[in-house]
Ligand binder design. Structure first.
Ligand code: LMR
Length: 397
């Protein structure tokens, strides 16, 4: 039956995890998959998460189904986290939402919903974008087109080219934006760009579709949501897919959410019913545990404060590493790596060739994605010298 299928290469990001584990050399560095790491290289369970799990363990009453949309408490908690209390759509009750298995689940449910509304609709993604956006959206039948974003020559945003391309997006298309901490480039939109995109979306009639996987890891919980809120305020329709893998460290629990703003309450009710049906047709309903942890933490003042403090530590560690890497790499290689300091979130491109990426892997057991994307959080005091020296060696070779 399946003999006409071909074996596939490992996933460009997840494949690195197994290659790293299988590497027998003791001196090795994993700068591949986007998981936060502390100074010891571990991805610890946050203390607030542990406390919330303990509470849940003591208080949970049932393992019965939670239903396709997930729990109302979770959906309200994340809606507030994303949009705040003041947004018109929140006050008017124009937001439909479901709890999803991770941010990937949210992206896929959104894609399926879009396909129901407009078969073969087009989604515009940034060049580059997260490698998994294309299969997540494309396998649901959506057409993918690209708009310019990252300028390799300057390691920064090509705002002119981006806005010129978005000014030509036809009505009825969707434009995927990264809410903060752009994956893979680390180059974020500034407020003026968000405002310009909001204007274009309204003028042209395209729908902004925001992937929001790193809230709190760029500049802060509120700061990271500011651009997205401009869009949500200005546009009659907006889609937001969010993830709680990174900011709550709940990766394997698969916690995400999808929010869809509609122009009116009646439309929003229709969207809510369609979302439930999409979910039922794919995985029936989401897992409960991770979402319950997010809900417990956000609804408890003390736990919330503890979690915010831990998140701040993570963000400050990443931003401190950015400054350190910018200085150390520039000094060692003679190239200008100051852009790493300016960028946000877990990722930046080193701007080296795929051959040099492979050289790092083969000769030094340093694992980064072929595009030269590094996970900044994988650097620490005990591996930075080795990493910087290896970079110097390959660039001077
Ligand atoms: C990443 O970009 O490394 C993360 O979002 C993990 C993944 O699923 O690719």
């Amino acid at each position: 039956m399946f003999e006409n299928l071909a074996a596939l290469e490992p996933d460009p990001i997840l494949g690195l995890m197994s290659a790293y584990r299988a590497d027998p050399r003791t001196e090795k560095i994993d700068l591949g998959v986007g998981v936060y790491r502390d100074e010891t290289g571990a991805t610890p369970i946050m203390a607030a998460v542990r406390d919330a799990e303990q509470r849940r363990f003591e208080n949970e009453q049932t393992k019965s189904y939670i239903g396709p949309p997930g729990t109302e408490e979770f959906n309200v908690a994340v809606r507030t986290m994303i949009f705040g209390q003041q947004l018109g759509a929140v006050r008017d009750g124009r937001i439909a939402g479901v709890q999803t298995p991770g941010g990937c689940g949210a992206l896929r449910v959104a894609a399926e919903l879009i396909g129901r509304a407009r078969k073969g609709a087009t989604v515009w993604v940034s060049t580059p974008t997260w490698a998994n956006h294309v299969p997540l959206l494309g396998d649901a039948g959506l057409q993918i087109r690209e708009y310019p974003y990252y300028d390799k020559a300057t390691s920064s945003l090509d705002a002119g080219a981006m806005l010129a391309a978005l000014a030509k997006v036809p009505a009825g298309d969707f434009v995927l934006l990264h809410g903060c901490c752009h994956n893979p480039s680390g180059v974020d939109l500034q407020m003026a760009h968000w405002e310009a995109i909001a204007d274009l979306a309204v003028q042209r009639g395209f729908t902004p579709f925001i992937d929001f996987a790193y809230q709190g890891l760029g500049a802060g919980m509120e700061e990271d949501a500011a651009g997205l809120r401009v869009i949500a305020q200005a546009c009659p329709e907006t889609i937001v897919a969010s993830s709680y893998s990174k900011n709550f460290g709940l990766y394997r629990e698969r916690v995400g959410a999808l929010q869809i703003i509609s122009p009116n309450v009646e439309q929003s009710r229709i969207v809510q019913s369609q979302l439930g049906s999409v979910v039922r047709g794919i995985y029936s309903m989401p897992p409960a545990h991770g979402a319950a942890i997010v809900e417990i933490i956000t609804n408890d003042e003390a736990l919330n404060a503890q979690w915010l403090e831990e998140l701040t530590t993570m963000r400050e560690r990443i931003n401190g590493l950015r400054a350190l890497l910018a200085d150390r790499l520039s000094a060692e290689t003679g190239r200008d790596f100051s852009f790493i300091r300016e960028q946000r979130g877990m990722f930046s491109f080193l701007g080296i060739t795929a051959a040099q990426v492979h050289q790092l892997r083969n000769e030094y057991s340093i694992y980064i994605v072929d595009s030269s994307r590094i996970n900044v959080a994988g650097v620490n005091e005990s591996n930075i010298d080795y990493f910087v020296t290896a970079m110097g060696n390959i660039l001077h070779a």
